[in-house]
Design a binder for this molecule. Sequence first.
Ligand SMILES: [Ca+2]
Ligand SMILES: [Ca+2]
Ligand SMILES: [Ca+2]
Ligand SMILES: [Ca+2]
Length: 333
Amino acid sequence: MKRHVFALARGIAMFSLFGATADADAATQGVPAADLSITVSDGVTTVNPGELITYTIRAQNAGPDPVVGAIVDDTFPTGVICGVLSNWTCSGTGGGTCTATGTGDIHDPVNLPAGAAVQYTVPCFVSLEAPLNFSNTATITSAVTDPVPANNSATDAINVIASIFIVAQKRWSGTPMPGGVITYTIRIITQSNTNQTDNPGDEFVDALPPGLILQSAIADAGTVVADLPSNTVTWNGGTTPGSVVTITIQAQVASTADGPIANQGTLSYDANADGSNDTIAPTDDPTRPGVNNPTVFNLPPRVPIPALTPMLAVGLLILIALTGAWTVRMRRH
Ligand SMILES: [Ca+2]
Ligand SMILES: [Ca+2]
Ligand SMILES: [Ca+2]
Ligand SMILES: [Ca+2]
């Protein structure tokens, strides 16, 4: 019985010894081994939407053996657009080789002798609709045994500064004449990387000019109110990045209206994302060049009424007198 226990203990000891020295044996007995590693950095921790950044991705081989055909991968995250405006580039040192230039995501076979490195330079810009936090991970893989796998991938994290920019376009259609009905179409477009909440106060106000009589208003999101006595439309609501809210207003041209009728709504929004509206912007007519154009239509010119001069007055009196005399004579007959 004691002999059996001893034999078992000796077996476990030999197995452990073999396991501990397996990697060393792999190197010394001709199985290749190499500690590949990779780093990625853009040198910044916060960025503004639209800003240009440059990722530097460096892969190297600490040896002991050379590696042929390792793969460097970097699938760029949502929020950053890389190697599109201009290509990424790569060069090697110490005999390292890689593809000299490319577009979009990186999936590149590289050769890395012991002590060699390859380095990619990737121009990117931050999307206008980037999430507030995103990260970019680069990896290197190969079939060669790697004694330190933890350094075969690296991640660079970025915080994007909140950006909120909202515009409202306003177009008109309909019958531009007294009594005619005009339709205004307002599009509230949110170009932002954060949600815009329904804050205290109206997010949109449109007071129609005296030449128009408000009839109705509808919106495909939020809450719109057409206050007929004050001839004013108000809208309240939140928006999301990239969203478009459409408000449709109908008004009748007053019978007394004259000349061009110009109108502009006012947008209020929360540019610093603190829950209260702080920025006011007028609507723009997108059919006219430039920004902040009022929306204008012309009414047809009215037929001019001749001024009542003294001579014209005398003439009219004579005409009335003659008509009266003629009427009396006709009745006598
Ligand atoms: Ca490694
Ligand atoms: Ca509101
Ligand atoms: Ca605010
Ligand atoms: Ca315009």
